[in-house]
Write a protein that binds this ligand. Structure first.
Ligand SMILES: Cc1cc2nc3c(=O)[nH]c(=O)nc-3n(C[C@H](O)[C@H](O)[C@H](O)COP(=O)(O)OP(=O)(O)OC[C@H]3O[C@@H](n4cnc5c(N)ncnc54)[C@H](O)[C@@H]3O)c2cc1C
Length: 292
């Protein structure tokens, strides 16, 4: 008998989680759960609480390194069903957590709705983009968000709106474990003008980031007023390798993984880079990626 007896269709055990991440490396999850309704998700949360099982919420795994030993407890992925809806009403949009951010940005551009075009080329889900306040030089997701709907660890659903909801550099003050959706305020604009803005951001990203390699984007956050990538570059670390992991030649704050790479190689390389930057600049770099 399994603790998830009533939810058999949406639960898998010993699931190859690493393959669900952009790095395409790392071990298995004890339980991998894909609920398709909010009620099913609440049931999963309740079972986890009753059985003292930790929950990790997976988006598209584009900011994530899964350890070789895998993840204990339950990994929940919000995909399909309730979780992939994007509901447009004039300039208001409710985007559910499992929606593909890239597709959503393109859809807004086509509809002549401005507000998300600065996020062109950022991989991931809406849930992950809220949690990380995804963005860059051109703007961030938080600027367009009015409120979010969340689920707490009792399975209860509630809303958090601005000004209580506050976005910062790659973070947001959400403590609830699950983001269900985001209410986004867009404004009308000319599709041609939006397309140009979208292309400008996209071309910039394509020219500066190794988008076709296995990675999790920028490994380190930029320390206040400094560029992590520039410091790694000036410490002459581009091209440095540990096993199958390498500091990208194209963008020094990216670590890319080849087909034989282990998560341990990436972790060892992260430590090496961190130490060298500390030696050279006396700066402690904080991780932007998550390690599970
Ligand atoms: C090639 C490349 C380029 C990138 N460029 C950028 C960039 O320009 N700017 C930028 O900000 N990022 C960038 N990233 C990083 C990444 O795309 C973003 O952080 C993205 O928002 C992560 O979304 P995700 O769905 O993949 O989240 P995941 O990696 O799956 O998860 C990230 C975090 O969000 C949490 N999470 C995900 N969904 C939910 C949910 N529904 N509820 C609660 N928590 C949730 C996870 O638990 C985890 O803590 C890049 C990554 C790659 C691989």
């Amino acid at each position: 008998m399994s603790i998830f007896d009533g939810l058999k269709g949406v639960v898998e055990t010993d699931y190859p989680l690493g393959q669900m991440s952009w790095f395409k490396i790392g071990g298995n999850a004890d339980y991998f759960v894909r609920p398709t309704t909010v009620a099913e998700l609440a049931e999963v949360v309740k079972i986890c609480r009753e059985n003292n099982l930790p929950i990790h919420v997976l988006g598209f795994g584009s900011n994530l390194l899964v350890r070789d030993g895998g993840v204990k407890g339950v990994v929940v992925k919000l995909a399909g069903g309730d979780f992939e809806r994007a509901e447009f009403d004039g300039t208001n949009l409710v985007a559910w957590a499992g929606v593909d951010l890239g597709g959503l940005v393109r859809d807004c551009v086509k509809r002549g709705l401005a507000g998300l075009e600065a996020l062109a080329g950022i991989p991931g889900s809406v849930g992950g983009a809220v949690r990380m306040n995804a963005g860059g030089n051109f703007g961030d997701f938080g600027s367009a968000i009015e409120s979010v709907t969340l689920m707490d660890n009792q399975g209860d659903v509630f809303e958090k709106s601005k000004p209580e909801l506050s976005f910062d550099y790659r973070e947001v003050n959400i403590t609830a474990p699950i983001i269900l959706n985001a209410k986004i305020k867009l404004c009308e604009s000319l599709p041609q003008q939006l397309l140009r803005a979208f292309q400008e951001v996209w071309i910039y990203k394509k020219n500066t980031q190794p988008l076709s390699s296995h990675s999790a984007g920028c490994v380190f956050k930029n320390p206040r007023g400094m560029s992590a990538g520039a410091m790694i570059d000036r410490a002459a670390l581009k091209g440095t390798k540990v096993g199958g992991a390498m500091v990208s030649e194209k963008h020094a704050n990216f670590i890319i993984a080849d087909d034989d790479c282990k998560s341990d190689d990436v972790i060892a390389l992260i430590e090496q880079v961190r130490e060298k930057v500390k030696e050279r600049f006396d700066v402690e770099m904080e991780l932007e990626i998550e390690i599970w």
